[in-house]
Design a protein around this ligand. Structure first.
Ligand code: ADP
Ligand code: TRP
Length: 334
């Protein structure tokens, strides 16, 4: 709980390039929708990115872009404490203290580490292997979460184990040093369906089938036109539930128009070309204001950096108070 009696919601996002509409509906939008109900802490997990990135210029650009993306979709820095993980040194500091309580076999059971190790072996047996940072990824994440006594952590199903590791770590610390950390709950976005990509698989950067959230009109149009369909003709009745174009209509097309399109699918009389034209209009109407807002925000990078700086100051206040308690408990204060 905070001073204003709201529960604390915390999440980290890694800067990994252009977000797509799957990321938007599956994750990004949730933070905005929940920003009144909870006291939010949202940070750019740049320290976590260092486990996989070796390109400083790219990391810097991706970080700035991601902050602009979030501001453009409506994350309000007056409501949510929005900052960069590396600017609050207490994250790495607490991770070290947790490292000293965590055993190697325990961390070796983490899915993400096992997957990375398997991939690494396959890719290059002579390579130097998975880095220690990647092995330790869940402990830094535990520190991110526990430092702020987060109540809920909204994550995709793939991150659930990491929240469990944070809970285990809190319990271990509390057992050795007395009650200190709150046990966080994962908030799995059950209601969120998997958004399909251009080819009907899950939309994902790794499948190269995405519609970028901030795509310009021309790019958007070309992408919509490239959505995979079957070869039924205009007059053939079609099952809307099996159509990749219709799946996206459901997200973007207003209800009355959606019902009309559905009827024409079932009865026959709408071709995929027309359905795609209508879809392009719907997506474009939805995304245009976001795109314009993004351009406005991007004009003033100094303001963006300032938002992160102010966010970091607020986060640091809370993190430092927590670390003072931790340092006393473990015996490194004098
Ligand atoms: P990608 O698969 O494109 O690399 P990430 O794994 O970086 O995407 O996902 C970032 C966030 O977006 C996660 O919370 C994830 O659950 C959500 N997400 C990604 N793709 C989709 C999708 N197709 N549908 C719903 N949510 C998604
Ligand atoms: N591991 C998360 C991801 O890959 C990012 C992350 C880092 C995070 N620290 C966190 C998420 C703390 C929630 C809470 O998406």
């Amino acid at each position: 709980m905070t001073e204003n009696n709201k529960k604390i919601l915390l999440s980290g996002v890694k800067p990994t390039g252009r977000p797509h509409i799957g990321n938007y509906f599956g994750a990004m939008k949730q933070f905005v929708d929940l920003q009144d109900e909870y006291q939010g802490y949202v940070f750019i997990a740049d320290l976590h990115s260092l486990t996989t990135t070796r390109d400083p210029k790219q990391l810097k650009q991706d970080t700035l872009d991601l902050v602009i993306d979030y501001l453009a979709i409506g994350l309000d820095p007056d409501k949510v404490i929005f900052y960069k993980q590396s600017e609050v040194l207490e994250h790495a500091n607490l991770a070290w203290i947790f490292n000293c309580l965590t055993t190697m076999p325990y961390l070796a059971r983490a899915h993400a580490y096992k997957a990375a190790e398997a991939k690494n072996k396959e890719a290059n047996p002579a390579d130097s292997g998975v880095n220690v940072g990647l092995f330790d990824y869940p402990i830094l994440m535990a520190a991110d979460i526990l430092l702020y006594d987060a109540d809920v952590v909204p994550v995709g199903a793939d991150q659930k184990q990491h929240v469990e590791i944070a809970r285990d770590t809190a319990e271990k610390f509390n057992y050795h040093y007395g009650e200190t950390f709150k046990l966080p709950e994962p908030l799995i976005m059950e209601g969120v369906k998997t958004i399909v990509g251009l080819d009907g698989q899950k939309m994902s950067k790794s499948y190269n089938n995405t519609i970028p959230l901030f795509a310009e009109e021309k790019e958007l149009k070309d992408l919509v036109m490239s959505i995979k369909t079957d070869s039924l003709g205009v007059e053939d009745p079609k099952n809307p539930e099996e159509c990749n174009v219709f799946a996206l209509h459901k997200l973007f097309t207003p209800a009355d128009q959606l019902a009309e399109i559905k009827k024409r699918y079932v009865e026959g009389g709408i071709g995929y070309k027309e359905s795609k034209d209508l879809l392009f209009e719907s997506i474009n109407n939805y995304l245009k204001p976001l795109r314009e807002k993004r351009k406005e925000i991007a004009k003033d990078p100094a303001r963006v950096i300032d938002i992160l700086k102010k966010g970091a100051e607020l986060a640091r206040g809370r993190a430092q108070a927590k670390m003072a308690d931790v340092n006393t408990k473990v015996g490194i204060d004098l």
